[in-house]
Design a protein around this ligand. Structure first.
Ligand SMILES: [Zn+2]
Length: 502
């Protein structure tokens, strides 16, 4: 069992590929196996109904079925128009764009060369760990939710390297990605080994003929032999390090070595080695720990929060601490809980705690990654998404919020890219909380998030890299692919909860 969901919890889930409608943005939250997704709520149901109605109306006019319509730029626009109708105007999208293919195509074309660095992505290794995913899916099949699950090898292939390249570099406007992983006490259950990440980086960059992929290496403070393993990891020349303070996030029941970022006797010895090796970026998984997870693993709660970030950042000004998921607690929980909390207190656990750190500790080296929290709230409750963006930008600063999508867990990242391009913080929320507007898709704030902040962290010369990428083999492949009529799968590869709430 690779996941954290119990068989009972799994029995209530069905793979996202089997949702009947391949809409360009998911109409209900999709999770990785890290947490239980919330069921589709009334508003999400309304969004889906509106999207389908628009597909029938606007697609039919052009002789397109639903699936095909949703693959077009108009179909993407329609999805955000539907969200606006249900949630109020949060997205820059017009009915005209949804109805007029030329307008939608022109907009998409004008943005397709946007420089986007996604520093939080995943695919799965080919060996044993994938068998765990097969087992998970089989267990879903056994519960009777989907009888066709016996033929699911293909969907597992969809989580592998080849489909990663397609969804990352053909189906999305991402220019440079970073491949990540997660450690486990069970060796074969690491998403990827450190060596596999380095190999993927070498292969992609060789194939593309330019620097398209960066790589993490995982470090595991406190585990026996971890410093020697860190030496071996550093020898692979990772672009940054990644750690999990809860120890084993995949098998939390086995987590024997949680650690604190500000532990002078343990973590600091690792930072010392990294610094000596010229590594400056330390990425740390935080958050994704809703009350339901806490109830099962109360011993790990203290490690999932951000109490330990400020002092570490203060003690190590030469390092950048990039907090993955921006410590957002409620992924997998009900976004209504986060919305209620925000409306009552102006805060959202634990992202607000993270955003307080620069002022509290006088530090400038703490960053917030948008992986998973953006995807989960964009779909489930765009107002929470807007609030999270406002909180992070106000607290950390425009130049310390970084783009990361956690794709492929939620399919090709293009719908998230379109989401940020179109997202705006509603004016009344801005006024009440002192949030600055996010502005245009290619305005300064979104450009900082999509590209500039990550480029600075990873020493990428943007104009130079953009030129190299525009002429590389992946760019050529994408031009051919688009010309032939792109065929994004619009599939999400997590599990969705088919139970209907409310
Ligand atoms: Zn991740």
């Amino acid at each position: 069992m690779t996941g954290l969901l119990t068989p009972d919890e799994l029995s209530g889930l069905t793979p996202a590929e089997h949702c009947p409608h391949a809409t360009p943005i998911p109409t209900q939250p999709v999770s990785s196996d890290e947490y239980l997704p919330a069921p589709q709520n009334e508003k999400q149901r309304q969004v889906e109904a509106r999207m389908l109605a628009m597909a029938d109306e606007l697609g039919t006019r052009r002789g397109l079925d639903r699936r095909r319509f949703f693959q077009t730029a108009s179909g993407m626009a329609a999805a955000f128009v539907a969200m606006n109708e249900v949630y109020g105007g949060v997205f820059d999208a017009t009915p005209a764009e949804a109805a007029t293919p030329d307008a939608a195509d022109a907009r998409a074309a004008s943005l397709k060369d946007q420089f986007i660095m996604d520093m939080h992505t995943h695919f799965l290794r080919d060996d044993t760990r994938l068998l765990g995913f097969v087992a998970m899916r089989e267990s879903v099949g056994r519960t009777g939710w989907n009888k066709q699950l016996s033929g699911k090898e293909q969907t597992i292939a969809d989580l592998k390297f080849d489909n990663y390249k397609k969804e990352m570099f053909l189906d999305s406007d991402t220019k440079i990605a970073l491949i990540s992983s997660a450690p486990s006490e069970i060796r074969e259950d690491w998403f990827l080994t450190n060596a596999q990440m380095a190999q993927a980086r070498a292969r992609v960059n060789r194939e593309a003929g330019s620097q398209r992929l960066l790589a993490h290496a995982i470090f595991t403070p406190g585990r026996p032999g971890w410093l020697e393993e860190l030496d071996a990891a550093i020898a692979l020349k990772p672009d940054s390090m990644k750690g999990y303070t809860v120890g084993d996030n995949t098998h939390k029941d086995l987590a024997r070595y949680p650690w604190r970022m500000d532990d002078e006797k343990v973590a600091y010895r690792g930072y010392e080695k990294m610094l000596k090796a010229g590594i400056r970026n330390v990425c740390v998984h935080k958050g994704l720990f809703p009350p339901s997870t806490e109830a099962r693993f109360p011993n790990l709660t203290a490690y999932a929060g951000v109490d330990d970030v400020g002092q570490a950042a203060k003690d190590w000004p030469q390092l950048n601490f990039i907090i993955y998921h921006s410590a957002y607690r409620h992924v997998g929980g009900d976004p209504a809980v986060a919305l209620a909390e925000f409306e009552k207190t102006g805060r959202i656990a634990w992202t607000s705690d993270l955003a307080d750190i620069p002022a509290k500790y006088g530090v400038k080296n703490v960053y917030g990654d948008l992986g998973q929290l953006f995807a989960m709230t964009l779909v489930a409750q765009p107002k929470v998404c807007a609030a999270l963006m406002g909180i992070l930008l106000r607290g950390l600063g425009t130049d310390r919020v970084t783009w990361g999508t956690d794709a492929l867990w939620t399919g090709s990242p293009q719908w998230q890219i379109e989401g940020l391009r179109r997202l705006e913080i509603p004016e009344d929320m801005r006024r009440r909380h002192g949030f600055a507007p996010l502005g245009a898709a290619d305005g300064p704030v979104k450009t900082a998030i999509f590209a500039d902040n990550n480029a600075r962290l990873y020493g990428i010369d943007k104009p130079k890299a953009a030129m190299a990428i525009a002429g590389d083999r992946y760019a050529m492949a994408k031009r051919d692919y688009d010309k032939a009529g792109a065929n994004p799968s619009n599939l999400r590869y997590g599990y969705v909860n088919p139970a209907r709430s409310g």
